[in-house]
Ligand binder design. Sequence first.
Ligand code: MLT
Length: 392
Amino acid sequence: MKINHNYQKLEQSYLFSNIAHKVSAFTAAHPEKEVIRLGIGDVTLPLCDAVIKAMQQAVSEMGHKETFRGYGPEQGYDFLKEAIAGYYGEQGISLDLHEIFISDGAKSDVGNILDLFDTDNTVLVPDPVYPVYVDTNIMAGRTVTYLNATAQNGFLPLPDPAQKADIIYLCSPNNPTGAVYTREQLKQWVDYALVQKALILFDAAYEAFIKDPSLPRSILSIEGARKCAIEFCSFSKTAGFTGTRCGYTVVPQELTFEGASLNAMWLRRQTTKFNGVSYIVQKGAAAVFTPEGQKQVKANIDYYRQNAAVLADTLREKNIWFTGGENSPYLWMQCPNQMDSWAFFDYLLTEVGIVGTPGSGFGKNGEGFFRLTAFNDHENTKKAAERLRACL
Ligand code: MLT
């Protein structure tokens, strides 16, 4: 038996597991210290009432022979796909139900989609970046080419026509930097991909945090994108589903490469390797798009936005450079006094009991930067802001 040696090229552990171990070791050694977690982007507000009611109803249906459901369609129930299509319709984007695939979250789909592509593709990934894009390509034996995202380009790199690419990863609002591409900037990427005959893998997991109506929430709102982009989205950050698990991927019918339809290939992949998301969870997800559901999830997003504003005000007051925090739950700050990212992580944890995410964990250009999330509760976020004010 031969193992996949590509795994030996990976960092020893996944960034957020590594941080969780460090924090556990610290809390075990200092049980008296109260630690405030602004690290992994995990939500703290409970599921909204509309979702809970829909899931309770679905649980009860599962308990009666007449309404019990066994295997569902691998690509998701029509009631949820219709609700998602309606949500896109409000943005002027028309989707066929066959283009929407329901899954257990964007992370799985972002990794699994690579089944469709040959190893011999040039992969362009911004640096810093959500580590899943890089690690899943390394696992598959692909070499990754990096695109420099820096303070100079506002952490929003644009295409270089001289650079070759087959697969391009974009995430906007960005994880980790919170920066958001404008329509014009995304159009540049779409035009570039069309010329290169490349595919954009667009991660829209944080789209619900965009409050500026001029900013695009979906790459599919950009002309030409249906011929070059797959979009991944999730209920995790939109509706607090980090533990409930549900997401969706949009694979436009126009996506054909070497004469093959990516939509048909993804359907083939999913029907073979995936048995779908539970009926109960999909019922909960569909409730997000009802008028009550929308009102309730938007109130939760506003709650996190207020946290982001508290953290942003603190950084401004301390004259610390940062991106994000406005149309995103993440703030990406420069470490003070030229500290490196892990030194600042240790400093914040040991001195003031705040957990954040070291920028270098997202790539070499993240060195000297640090990510804070707005997903904790108001009380802890205010407390964290006070502690930051005192130590920065
Ligand atoms: C993050 O903190 O970057 C995210 O929560 C990770 C994820 O969505 O998988």
